[in-house]
Design a protein around this ligand. Structure first.
Ligand SMILES: Nc1nc2c(ncn2[C@@H]2O[C@H](COP(=O)(O)OP(=O)(O)O)[C@@H](O)[C@H]2O)c(=O)[nH]1
Ligand SMILES: [Mg+2]
Length: 387
């Protein structure tokens, strides 16, 4: 097949696509979209779409879509929009070119200046919008730095973010750590974003876990900025779980890339636990000797790391424990006395502290608890007032 400029293009892809269309059609399952794991030119995409009769998405577009779904902060959203506009601009031109002089597609809004084609107008609009977004981002960056400093001062919020290469097992761990049944059951009512959930079983303090978009190799150049901005939430975490696929032959390189990006987004000072996942997948299936060897090497090289398999419930429990231990490192143990007249505060004690033991006496109940110093002081104050 030739594209508009007469160059040979995606012959094989089209033939394969046609073949797969037919194969799938015979199964009575129409194809909605074809993904091409490569960057393709706008004209290639058009030609492919014409040939196979369904939507075609290339690698960049799929990645953009993922970023779009993962962008949470205003800055991240703006950054992703810039990348999308940059991606769209040449494609609008292409659409207009292919539609021909009469059948120009209406792809913009608003009136058109004298002698200006829709495409030129769209191009100008896109440029203006990008400039506008860029200004917004600069302003937001300043604001963000202040907010972050304030958040760190407050020290509040036990947040842990899962970061690492794509396919390392982040989402699997996220589900395991937060309880998938709970998830499904809660979905309709969940006010939290789909990628932020509570650590389950719940702990004191309550820990929020967030999944992040995975790192990938061959990230298209134009997407670097938006990728980094989708990692914003990692910046707000007080603990990072850096998940690494220990069974991937290239895991050390992936680990370095992740470390480097974390440094670039200024997350290098956030406490971090390295989680070497998929240990069950090292060597041939069930080759426990190879697994033990890899585990020993990892422990040697990365002190304090966790070596595990997301498929092993005991390992998940261990990881859960390590997370809770991290957030409980500043907790103090104390004894609270709650007179019978102040029993309405019982719920508050259970909600804010870990209750180690409870003992009833004549005048009231004694609680052995573990909690944050400030919380304990607050409870004592409240009890004192009721008395
Ligand atoms: N064998 C094995 N496979 C795993 C493990 N953890 C995750 N996987 C698989 O690895 C693939 C990628 O996992 P996913 O959680 O989507 O990775 P993410 O891209 O980091 O979110 C999935 O097919 C998982 O089932 C593990 O500990 N052992
Ligand atoms: Mg994932």
């Amino acid at each position: 097949m030739l594209d508009e400029d007469g160059r040979t293009t995606v012959d094989d892809t089209v033939e394969n696509a046609k073949a797969s269309t037919m194969a799938t059609t015979s199964l009575d399952q129409p194809i909605d979209v074809i993904f091409v794991d490569h960057e393709i030119s706008p004209s290639q995409a058009r030609n492919l779409e014409k040939a196979v009769g369904c939507q075609v998405m290339d690698r960049t577009m799929v990645i953009l879509e993922i970023f779009h779904r993962n962008a949470r902060s205003r800055a991240a959203k703006a950054q992703v929009e810039i990348a999308r506009l940059g991606y769209m601009a040449p494609r609008l031109r292409e659409a207009a070119k292919l539609a021909g002089p009469q059948g120009r597609q209406r792809s913009g809004v608003g009136g058109r200046g004298a002698g200006e084609s829709h495409t030129e107008l769209d191009k100008r609009k896109i440029r203006d919008r990008i400039a506008e977004l860029q200004l917004e981002i600069t302003a937001m960056e300043v604001e963000r730095k202040t907010q972050r400093a304030r958040r760190q001062d407050r020290q509040g919020g036990a947040n842990v973010a899962l970061v690492g290469y794509t396919n390392a097992g982040k989402s699997t761990l996220m589900r395991a750590l937060t309880g998938s049944e709970v998830l499904v059951a809660n979905k309709l009512f969940a006010t939290l974003d789909t990628t932020v959930r509570t650590l389950y079983p719940e702990s004191v303090p309550r820990v929020l876990v967030s999944d992040t978009v995975g790192f990938i190799k061959n990230l298209p150049h134009g997407l670097v900025a938006s990728f980094k901005s989708t990692l914003d939430e990692a910046l707000d975490a007080s603990l990072l779980l850096h998940v690494i696929d220990a069974s991937d032959p290239g895991f050390e390189r992936q680990l370095e890339v992740t470390d480097k990006v974390l440094e670039e987004i200024e997350a290098q000072d956030i406490p971090r636990i390295r989680v070497f996942n998929k240990i069950d997948h090292v060597g041939d299936h069930g080759d426990t000797a190879a697994q033990a060897e890899r585990e020993a090497a990892l422990r040697d090289k990365y002190p304090n790391c966790i070596v595990m398999s997301a498929r092993n419930p005991e390992d998940i429990a261990k990881l859960h424990k390590a997370i809770v231990a991290f957030f409980q490192r500043d907790l103090v143990e104390a004894e609270l006395f709650l007179p019978w007249s102040a029993q309405q505060l019982r719920g508050a004690i259970f909600a804010t502290c870990e209750v180690l033991a409870e003992r009833a006496e004549e005048e009231g109940a004694f609680f052995s608890v573990r909690g944050e110093q400030a919380v304990l002081d607050g409870l004592r104050g409240q009890i004192g007032q009721v008395r």
